[in-house]
Design a protein around this ligand. Structure first.
Ligand SMILES: C[S@@+](CC[C@H](N)C(=O)[O-])C[C@H]1O[C@@H](n2cnc3c(N)ncnc32)[C@H](O)[C@@H]1O
Length: 234
């Protein structure tokens, strides 16, 4: 029998930023383990045993946010949707610490955090288990030779499509016109339909939207947000 090993995956983004504040280290030490969705690290789960989402969220619908940054949208959705369980994936540890501080302040409990690459999390999400997914301002990778690093590529979209229920909604926000182009090309290929019927559907934010840190920066710099809504076909 062959021993399972970790597939080689490059991660090109930042894992760490400036030194963590003392309070942020405390949140990471005291809160993160209890909020982990399960044994999703490679060392303890080389067999990629699927997560028990029933045990995690008691049968609530499960949503997923990929790359939650500072966590403002994740906490906002958790607060507004207490009957849903939301898993957030983010490898940037400073962002995870920011989220933990917001969770303490908001007192929300319907959240789980995967402090790592969403690809590792998707490996252990059961098929057709996710009711909604958010991909909000994914890293733009503007240079053409870096477009294959974007999240909207088959390497990421195929496992995402597998994990999503038929009819589940995927929201993508981006301020980069070429990212819109690639999203509209690649996401339908992975088994989703774009739900826009009129320009307002991609120009105006979703009714339950909260602007993220990255969006605020994009607006300050004069870039235009696009809000793309897809449905998993099936
Ligand atoms: C441009 S930032 C946007 C953050 C946040 N969504 C916002 O709107 O403020 C993109 C985020 O995606 C994260 N990211 C990149 N690749 C990822 C991956 N494979 N899995 C999970 N998160 C990822 C980055 O670490 C970064 O925090």
């Amino acid at each position: 029998m062959s021993t399972p090993t970790r597939p080689h995956r490059n991660f090109y983004g930042r894992l760490k930023g400036k030194a963590l504040k003392k309070s942020q280290k405390t949140y990471l030490d005291e809160d993160l383990a209890a909020l982990s969705p399960g044994p999703v690290d490679w060392e303890s789960n080389l067999e990629r045993v699927p997560l028990d989402l029933q045990a995690l969220f008691g049968g609530k619908p499960v949503w997923l946010e990929v790359g939650f940054g500072g966590g403002e949208h994740l906490v906002h959705q958790a607060q507004g949707n207490p009957d849903v369980g939301i898993i957030g994936a983010e490898p940037y540890i400073n962002g995870v610490a920011m989220l933990l501080s917001k969770i303490r302040r908001a007192g929300v409990e319907n959240l789980a955090i995967h402090p790592g690459d969403a690809r590792d999390l998707m490996d252990v999400l059961p098929a057709q288990s996710i009711d909604r997914a958010f991909l909000l301002y994914p890293d733009p990778w503007p240079k053409k030779r870096h477009h294959r690093r974007r999240f909207v590529t088959p390497e990421h979209l195929e496992p995402l499509a597998r994990a999503m229920k038929p009819g589940a909604i995927l929201r993508v926000a981006t301020d980069i016109p070429d990212y819109v182009r690639q999203t509209l090309e690649e996401v339908p290929r992975a088994g989703f339909e774009w739900l826009a019927e009129r320009p307002a559907d991609w120009r105006e934010p979703w009714g339950d939207w909260i602007s993220t840190r990255y969006e605020q920066k994009a607006l300050r710099e004069g870039r235009v947000p696009h809000y793309l809504t897809f449905r998993r076909v099936g």
